[in-house]
Design a protein around this ligand. Structure first.
Ligand code: FES
Length: 95
């Protein structure tokens, strides 16, 4: 089941880099972002390579994003909430 969803009572709307996104209630922020085809969550500080979720369980730190101004939030461990403001370090890659 895709995390991407139209706005219904069972969805939440939040913001990604200033853009409104709908996701199914209860999914992780990482699932909601991938469901919206956002793949670059952060960039490697040395190589500047795009990074995205890998382990899905809080170990690799590749899914860190900024949530409501707080950097370093692991998206795979964070439930998506209505109105949360998410910033990724990547450009909007939405293949
Ligand atoms: S995907 Fe590895 S810490 Fe989130």
């Amino acid at each position: 089941m895709s995390a991407k969803a139209p706005a219904t009572p069972s969805t939440v709307t939040f913001e990604v880099n200033g853009r409104p996104v709908n996701a199914v209630k209860g999914v992780s922020l990482a699932a909601a972002l991938v469901g919206d085809r956002v793949w670059t969550f952060r960039r490697n500080p040395v190589s500047d390579e795009p990074r995205g979720p890998f382990c899905g369980m809080g170990i690799c730190l590749e899914c860190e994003v900024t949530v409501d101004g707080r950097p370093g939030v692991r998206a795979c461990l964070t439930p998506v909430r209505p109105g949360m403001r998410v910033e990724t370090a990547g450009t909007e890659e939405r293949p």
